[in-house]
Design a protein around this ligand. Structure first.
Ligand SMILES: [Zn+2]
Length: 63
C-alpha cells in the first residue's frame, strides 16, 4: 500500500491509488487531520506507486 506523510504530524497515511484518482479524502489515523489527495498534487508519489503496482501485477501475472 502506498503512503504519504501527514502534512501535520508526519505519520504515514496509507492510501489506495484508485481512491485517489476519484479525489477521495483521507483521515490521518494519528492526528485525525483530513486531507484530500489529488493526482496533480501528488503526481510524483502516485506515479511511483503506480509503477510499483504495475510491476507487482506483472510479477503476479494479473491484469
Ligand atoms: Zn497526522
Amino acid at each position: 500500500m502506498p503512503s504519504i506523510p501527514c502534512p501535520k504530524c508526519q505519520a504515514n497515511i496509507e492510501f489506495n491509488i484508485n481512491e485517489v484518482l476519484k479525489a477521495k479524502t483521507f483521515t490521518c489515523s494519528a492526528c485525525k487531520t483530513v486531507i484530500t489527495l489529488t493526482y496533480e498534487d501528488n503526481k510524483h508519489t502516485l506515479d511511483k506507486a503506480k509503477k510499483e503496482l504495475d510491476k507487482l501485477k506483472d510479477e503476479l501475472g494479473i491484469d
